[in-house]
Design a protein around this ligand. Structure first.
Ligand code: AP5
Length: 218
């Protein structure tokens, strides 16, 4: 099964992707997570990417496509995967098409998580992430058991650099300009499923699950 989760910053892609990955047994491939990990390690890629990310801009397409090509060639992606935050431009979607067709496979479903701008801003202002392992929390909807500390590894919880109000505004602008057109791109191929991403974590997951099951049944 090959899936894409599309949606604006803070739509809940990463949160829902964790659960889909567990239930359907496919790896979650998040370009944002890969880039943040590279930045934490201080690699050349990480340092280059950080400059774009901290401003809310997109990392260049050729860098992202190189990462994806390498990642989907891993053994654990042989039977499928779930993209979170990729593709993000028409050029990335076309690059992905080329990679998949050279492997003789296609995407099954593209889930578009639609969330109001008001909800996005509220969710991001309350999001905290672990500085050590990257796990995501929310002060209201997914609070850690111990204040300021990660449930998984005990690391310190911090706010993401790009969750500052002015950077969120820029990320939303970039999303509307460069990523939103992908909905039309995939709708034309009849693999787009628009899902209401407002509501509780459980409600949203139920809607996504229905679309995935419908999209992969014969
Ligand atoms: P990336 O990490 O992909 O960020 P994003 O798309 O902006 O998405 P977020 O991670 O902010 O949000 P999310 O939708 O995953 O929401 P979450 O589940 O955390 O990209 C970051 C940067 O990397 C980009 O700006 C760019 O520079 C670069 N980049 C990455 N991929 C790229 C690519 N392909 N091309 C070029 N550049 C790329 O949820 C948010 C919060 O809300 C959490 O606290 C969560 O607990 C809470 N929450 C979730 N769902 C609900 C709900 N239903 N109700 C209440 N709270 C909820």
């Amino acid at each position: 099964m090959r899936l894409v989760l599309l949606g604006p910053p803070g739509a809940g892609k990463g949160t829902q992707a964790e659960r889909i990955s567990r239930e359907f047994g496919i790896p979650k491939i998040s370009t944002g997570d890969i880039l943040r990990e590279a930045a934490r390690n201080g690699s050349e890629l990480g340092l280059k990417a950080k400059g774009y990310m901290d401003k809310g801009d997109l990392v260049p397409d050729d860098v992202i496509l190189g990462l994806i090509e390498e990642r989907i060639s891993s053994d654990d992606a042989a039977n499928g995967f779930l993209f979170d935050g990729f593709p993000r431009t028409i050029a990335q979607a076309e690059g992905l098409d080329r990679m998949l067709s050279s492997r003789g496979v296609t995407l099954d479903v593209v889930i578009s998580l639609d969330v109001t701008e008001e909800n996005v801003i509220e969710r991001l202002s309350r999001r905290y992430v672990c500085s050590e392992c990257g796990r995501v929390f929310n002060l209201v909807t997914k609070a850690p058991a111990r204040k300021g500390l990660c449930d998984a590894c005990g690391g310190k919880l911090i706010q993401r650099e790009d969750d500052r109000r002015e950077t969120v505004a820029e990320r939303l602008r970039v999303y509307n300009e460069q990523t939103d057109p992908l909905r039309g791109f995939y709708r034309q191929r009849s693999i787009l499923a628009a899902v209401d991403g407002n509501g509780t974590l459980e409600e949203v997951y139920g809607r996504i699950r229905r679309e995935i099951t419908r999209g992969i049944s014969p």
